[in-house]
Design a protein around this ligand. Structure first.
Ligand code: FES
Length: 278
């Protein structure tokens, strides 16, 4: 399991500034329920100074902690000061985040960017611009480029940790590698370190898959009108049947499949593959 700092645990169990400012001067929405993470940040400003900040999030403990930390960090800052905050500042405020959870700090930074863009009357935050590189998680080249530069990343695995891009079907991996090469040069592009295979009995794996679907995946899917039923597990292949809106559309089914697979890989074991039961 991941090693969380005391500060992450504190902000997860006692999140600050939860809720939504009704007469907010700035609203920043980021994330996607289909991907399992979303943040809404609302700000109240007085003469360009942020006097109040609240958040709502649907995500893991690190997403809650990152959003809570962000609201504490921006209160009292001017917009110009706030927009200089980076995802690394959010992670540092929390005494660090596990590598696999750095995308939560990036999502916090994007929520702030979106709120500031909204305050200034722009239609889009800078992070929403660009070309989609990872279709599974709707991540653009601009976001990937920025996290590589700001966090000094050199491998696809790191990019996935920071943005989720590349964490599904992997078809975007060549494009991500190309962006890394363009920024860092091919010589410094580091091949992902193979992770030690987790030893897990089949019974434990089945229990964990079932639990993860019930507690972590189903609430997200059903909120968007979709659902899956666990049908069978054979080795590392998890067979599911699709239910709800997605059954009418192959693209929606594929998106749901990616969501389930990514969450199971995150919370059970990274070797799992999700397929539709026939
Ligand atoms: S397109 Fe990026 S993981 Fe599927």
């Amino acid at each position: 399991m991941w090693d969380y700092s005391e500060k992450v645990k504190d902000h997860f169990f006692h999140p600050r500034n939860v809720g939504e400012i009704q007469d907010a001067d700035a609203v920043g929405d980021v994330g996607n329920l289909a991907c399992g993470d979303a943040i809404r940040l609302t700000l109240k400003l007085d003469n360009d100074r942020i006097v109040d900040a609240k958040f709502k999030t649907f995500g893991c403990g690190s997403a809650i902690a990152a959003a809570s930390a962000l609201t504490e960090m921006v209160k009292g800052k001017t917009v110009e000061e706030a927009e200089k905050l980076t995802n690394q500042d959010i992670a540092d405020y929390l005494d660090g985040l596990p590598d696999e959870k750095m995308h939560c700090s990036v999502m916090g930074q994007e929520a702030l960017e979106a709120a500031i863009a909204n305050y200034r009357g722009y239609e889009k935050a800078p992070s929403e611009e660009g070309t989609i590189i990872c279709k599974c998680f709707d991540v653009t080249d601009k976001v990937i480029e920025r996290v590589i530069r700001e966090n000094n990343l050199g491998s696809i695995e790191q990019v996935t940790n920071y943005t989720k891009a590349g964490g599904g079907c992997k078809s975007c991996h060549p494009d991500i590698q190309q962006i890394i090469n363009d920024i860092r040069g091919p010589a410094v592009a580091v091949a992902p370190e193979p992770k030690p295979v987790k030893k897990m009995s089949n019974i434990k794996k089945m229990q964990l898959v079932q639990e993860t679907i019930e507690k972590e995946i189903r609430p997200v899917l059903t909120s968007g009108g979709d659902d899956v039923e666990l049908e069978d597990i054979d080795g590392d292949t998890v067979y599911v049947s699709f239910q709800g809106n997605c059954i009418h559309n192959a693209t929606s089914k594929e998106k749901v499949r990616h969501t389930v697979e990514a969450k199971l890989r995150e919370l059970v074991t990274e070797d799992l593959v999700v397929e539709e039961a026939t």
